[in-house]
Write a protein that binds this ligand. Structure first.
Ligand code: DGL
Length: 277
């Protein structure tokens, strides 16, 4: 048993969709969340920059004495090399492998789609992971760079004509491709799941990285005997690198409940850009 918090990070608000799922299946766990709101988006940046930012985010969480780290960001999960992850001496998961595994199990015909940020899709990391799990997997990927800014700005209602038009344009590549499963490969995207589901229809199963990652995190903590066995409801502490007010205002949508806990601002650029071996 370990009552220390789980550390979760993302470039901004998207990782709260992972926290939402963690709170459902691990309600007694304390969580420390860092959203790098001063440097969002990550998904348009080069891999070196994403890795550097992710190391600073991880170093901040390590300074908070967490027992596990979750990279709740598709872009980071697709960019972090194994050599960096191996430096960590505590349980770690990104969102990519849990989502890739779930998609390989869910798909009947092996034809799987992935949508994500430009950096994620360019990395080819989802395809590589799925082909190593299922050698008959045929992957179709498409970058959806306008989704993150639209979602961050509240264009999320299923009847919103702007998000609908953009989504139809991004998803038309999948219409004739015969995919039966689509990974929402960016943690912002579950917010517009109803729009995507409506466009693709019932024949395509949608994989939410948050749900899958929360399951993997629970399994990892169980295996390491690090679950918090107290009966108290877990706490959530939020840290950001920009305005605390806008995070508290907008974060509720991603978390599925209003953010009443205090949000603190930190200077993320003061943390080391590499992990100690
Ligand atoms: N939430 C991030 C992801 O899962 C994307 C947002 C960004 O571009 O920073 O990829």
């Amino acid at each position: 048993m370990d009552t220390k918090p789980i550390g979760v990070f993302d470039s901004g608000l998207g990782g709260l969709t992972v926290v939402k799922e963690l709170k459902k299946i691990l309600p007694h766990e304390n969580i420390i969340y860092f959203g790098d709101t001063g440097r969002v988006p990550y998904g348009t940046r080069g891999r070196d920059t994403v890795v550097k930012y992710a190391c600073q985010d991880i170093n901040f969480l390590l300074s908070q004495n967490v027992k596990m780290i979750i990279a709740a960001c598709g872009t980071v999960s697709a960019s972090l090399p194994q050599s960096v992850i191996s430096c960590l001496s505590l349980p770690f998961t990104g969102v990519l492998l849990p989502a890739a595994q779930a998609a390989c199990v869910t798909s009947l015909n092996g034809k799987i789609g992935v949508i994500g940020t430009a950096t994620t899709i360019k990395s080819g990391a989802y395809g590589k992971a799925m082909r190593s799990i299922r050698n008959d997997a045929v992957i179709t990927g498409n970058a959806c760079p306008l989704f993150v800014p639209l979602i961050e700005n509240g264009y999320i209602q299923p009847d919103n004509q702007i998000i609908r038009l953009i989504a139809e344009n991004y998803l038309k590549i999948f219409k004739g491709s015969d995919i039966d499963t689509l990974i929402l490969g960016c943690t912002h995207f579950p917010i517009i799941r109803p729009v995507i589901a409506d466009i693709l229809g019932d024949a395509v199963s949608l994989i939410d990285p948050g749900e899958e990652t929360a399951r993997v995190a629970a399994a990892l903590l169980t295996k390491e005997h690090k679950l918090n066995m107290t009966k108290e409801p877990g706490s959530c502490h939020f840290y950001v690198s920009d305005s605390t007010e806008s995070f508290a205002e907008n974060g509720g949508l991603f978390l599925g409940e209003s953010i009443t806990d205090q949000v603190e601002r930190i200077s993320i650029e003061n943390y080391p850009t590499q992990l100690e071996q």
